[in-house]
Design a protein around this ligand. Sequence first.
Ligand code: SF4
Length: 159
Amino acid sequence: MASNKQCFDKILISACFLGERVRYNGEVKALASQLLSQWQSQGRLISVCPEVISGLPVPRPPAEINPKTLQVITIDSVDVSQQFSQGAQQALRLCQQHNIRFALLKESSPSCGSNTIYDGSFSQQKIVGEGITTKLLRQHGIQVFSEFYLKQLQGLLDQ
Ligand code: SF4
């Protein structure tokens, strides 16, 4: 009897991992991984760049979260908190549309970081923390993993 195999868990993924030109500096830097290729061929991946989807350009000035005020500020001192928040909301909407329970997002990004972020001083120092999109997704029960936890994510997916 034919079975419907289209009910794989989908994964929201940072668009930069798929080699899309969305990074703040315009560089293309895909994540090379066998698991990622497998998930892609299974049709699991839903790609998003929260910053670009909010209307920010490529390239754009780097931004970091001020740990005291929680505002997102560019290196030129422009407050882009609203754009980051809009991008997070759109990423959440995508998850809701696709019944997504898992996300694979780029570590240390002010949108996508899940364990660490930069400390707001633009001096390459990292602190424990999470990006704006990660925080919102977690508040809605979505489990967020970084590129360093691919195997752990694989262990949770339906096969
Ligand atoms: S916001 Fe996320 S998806 Fe977009 S470039 Fe930064 S890390 Fe990648």
